[in-house]
Write a protein that binds this ligand. Structure first.
Ligand SMILES: Cc1ncc(COP(=O)(O)O)c(C=O)c1O
Length: 399
């Protein structure tokens, strides 16, 4: 039956060309195209044990979807209890907007306070399984905390390159978890360059988002969960804050897998990506019909997870949004902070600015008519507001 003892991963595939790569050795990107590799599974095999019924008895964490996660041997799973976060009906926000089917997926209750726990639990577990001893990564904040926590539990060396204005909580937690933290006077892209150099010099394995294949695998479990928690109904709309875009790519990958596994039928959700008005490369590419996004100059937003001027998976994010019939919208920092306060007052959830941006976006798209009040809508609160106290304090005295 559904004993949680295998991964049905078969190989890695270049997301641009489809070229195959061996999944059982450390791989990052396709060296020829420079594009991300995505894990592929024998979904026919997985569907024999990953069923609606078998899931009923499985533990309430993201490893309940073991067959479609990349860890071969369950003894290599490094877990702090990530996933199976609550999907909460937002009655008060729904009443306020005149909507009956509004939900918040609260990722802020994950270990280390954000959805990043899912991706990093997966990447660090797989690195551990493949015998990797030291990892490195650039991070705007939450990912670093998650990497440092899982690396500490795995006994792997963690090196983090962060912009110097990263939220204080992220820096302090990384240090507490024992990571080597380097603060960079620059953007996440500068941190990426510094991390890549360190990787080359010291033979660290660089687990930058989408530059290794497994973070996206952990993140995709958000879609499995939402749909399972909705009793196998696919919501009409999912609204997601976009930085590097791995969340959106993962959700879209999961929808295809779930169809092949026979867990859902043909309906797919409309994906709405939210970007900060001060850093909106995906918005600009979407609006001008481009396949790839141009680097966004002088990015500025307090939502550190959305301050990503260039993303390696840009074309995958754009493809997913377009294919879903969705769109990209932007919101100002002021609107995000207002939404943090409003969601907290109405629903008792203290969201990260990134997560709260989804409510700002919902209001905007209800006004334009892109979303209608009768739709079922899931807002992704990707993290906890508790990690942003210093940032929010400097912006507003009212939070
Ligand atoms: C709280 C939060 N929300 C959203 C994002 C953006 O996620 P993605 O990189 O998957 O687009 C981040 C990334 O750092 C984040 O920390």
């Amino acid at each position: 039956m559904g004993e949680l003892n295998y991964s049905s991963m078969t190989h890695l595939k270049c997301s641009l060309t489809g070229e195959k790569f061996d999944a059982d050795r450390p791989n990052r990107i396709n060296p020829k195209t420079g594009k991300p590799l995505l894990a592929q599974y024998d979904l026919d095999l997985a569907s024999r044990t990953l069923t609606k019924n078998s899931l009923i008895e499985r533990p309430e964490n993201m490893w309940r979807y073991r067959e479609v996660l990349p860890i071969r041997d369950k003894k290599n799973i490094i877990s702090l209890g990530e996933g199976y976060t609550p999907l909460l009906r937002s009655e008060h926000l729904g009443d306020y907007l005149g909507m009956k089917d509004l939900w918040i997926k609260d990722e802020g209750v994950n270990p280390t306070g954000s959805f990043k726990a899912r991706g990093l639990a997966t990447a660090v577990s797989r690195a551990h399984e493949l015998g990797i001893k030291a990892i490195t990564m650039p991070s705007a904040g939450n990912a670093a905390g998650a990497m440092a926590a899982y690396a500490s539990k795995a006994g792997i060396g963690a090196n983090v390159f962060m912009p110097k204005d990263v939220p204080l909580a992220n820096r302090i937690e990384c240090e507490a978890y024992g990571a080597n933290v380097t603060l960079i006077d620059g953007l996440i892209t500068d941190c990426g360059n510094a991390s890549a150099k360190a990787a080359e010099k010291h033979e660290f394995f660089d687990i930058s988002t989408m530059k290794e294949p497994y973070r996206v695998e952990g993140k995709k479990t958000m879609a499995y969960e939402i749909i399972e928690q909705m009793n196998w109904l696919v919501p009409d709309v999912i609204i997601y804050p976009t930085g590097g875009g791995t969340g959106i790519v993962g959700i879209w990958k999961a929808i295809y897998e779930m169809q092949e596994l026979g867990l859902i039928k043909n309906k797919k959700p409309i994906l709405i990506s939210v970007q900060a008005a001060g850093c909106a490369p995906i918005f600009e590419a979407f609006s001008s019909g481009e396949k790839y996004a141009k680097e966004f100059k002088n990015p500025k937003t307090i939502a550190s997870g959305m301050r990503v001027p260039a993303a390696i998976g840009d074309f995958l994010v754009l493809e997913a949004i377009r294919e879903s019939g969705g769109c990209v919208t932007t919101v100002s920092d002021e609107s995000m902070i207002d939404s943090v306060r409003f969601i907290a007052k109405m629903e008792g959830i203290f969201a990260a600015p990134e997560g709260a941006s989804t409510f700002s976006a919902l209001k905007k798209l209800l006004d334009t008519g892109f979303i209608t009040k009768d739709m079922s809508v899931v807002l992704m609160n990707t993290g906890s507001g508790l990690k942003y106290l210093d940032v929010m304090k400097s912006l507003s005295n009212t939070v």
